[in-house]
Structure formats: C-alpha cells, structure tokens
Design a binder for this molecule. Structure first.
Ligand SMILES: [Zn+2]
Length: 160
C-alpha cells in the first residue's frame, strides 16, 4: 500500500469537505470513522492483498480415496476413522450414504467400501456359494442336460 490508512482517511474526508458535504466541525468525527472503516478493511485483507470472500466456500482439497483403502482397513474420508467396512449406519452419521459418499470422493460406483482383504473374502464366498446356480434358469438348464444324458443311456441299453 503506497498510502497509509491515515492519509487515505484524511483524503477521503477532505474530499467530503471540498464537496461541501461536511462542515469542518464534523471533520474530526468523520476522519475517525473513515479511519476505523479503513482499518477494518485492512484487517480483512489477506497477506496477498486480496480481501477474502467469506461467502465463497473454499473447495476441500481433493482426497485420494485409494489411499483410504488398505489391506486391513478402510478409512472414512469424512472423519478419518478406520474400519473393516464402512457401514451405511456410519455414513449416515455424516449425512451420507454409499452412493453420495462415492460421488463426493470421486469413487467408482462399484467400489466396495471395505478393507481390501474383506472385499476379497466376500468375493471368494460369493464364488463358492455360486448363487446363480440357484436361479430357475440355471436349474432348468441342468435338468434338461441330465434328461438328455438319461435318454442317451436308455438308447444305449436297448441296443445292447
Ligand atoms: Zn466417518
């Protein structure tokens, strides 16, 4: 700042007097008020000389969600607590759910919110249980295949 605040205040008040909007008697008070106002503005100025806009929320630093997932834990990016699995109930404490949490931290929609080991284990269980083998389509296909085998066997027996 090339001008001191007092100089700025004095100039502003002098300009008011010159414009006949202020009597010399009022000058002292006006000078004080202007100076106070300038002081306040100066205090609000950042180190780089820019006045911070308080209404504008500074965007949070992008967090690498991959770092929140380790072999044994998953860290909640909201409160930095570690879990084996991020539960819906926990996310609700932050006013989030699985979907909004993933969106907030730029995760893929299918990203499991659990420790890598837990995710792997669950995959193994799913593969062992083969839930799709219990679907009607699969069972019917199996049945048809077995009937075909039985028929072939019967045909073979007749020949023999
Ligand atoms: Zn949390």
């Amino acid at each position: 700042m090339s001008q001191t605040l007092l100089e700025m205040a004095k100039d502003l008040v002098l300009a008011q007097i010159e414009a006949h909007r202020l009597s010399p008697e009022e000058m002292h008070q006006a000078l004080q008020q202007t100076y106070t106002t300038l002081m306040t503005l100066h205090a609000q100025e950042g180190a780089d000389g820019s006045v911070p806009v308080t209404t504008l929320e500074t965007p949070p630093k992008p967090v690498d969600w991959r770092k929140s997932l380790t072999k044994h834990t998953v860290m909640c990016l909201e409160c930095r607590q570690s879990f084996k699995q991020l539960s819906v109930r926990h996310l609700r404490e932050h006013g989030l759910d699985g979907r909004s949490y993933r969106v907030k931290y730029g995760m893929p929609r299918t990203q499991p919110l659990s420790a890598k080991e837990t995710t792997l284990k669950r995959k193994e269980i799913v593969q062992r249980a083969r839930p799709w083998e219990k679907t009607p389509t699969f069972l019917k296909a199996q049945e048809t295949a077995q009937k075909a085998v039985g028929q072939r066997k019967r045909t073979a027996r007749k020949k023999a």
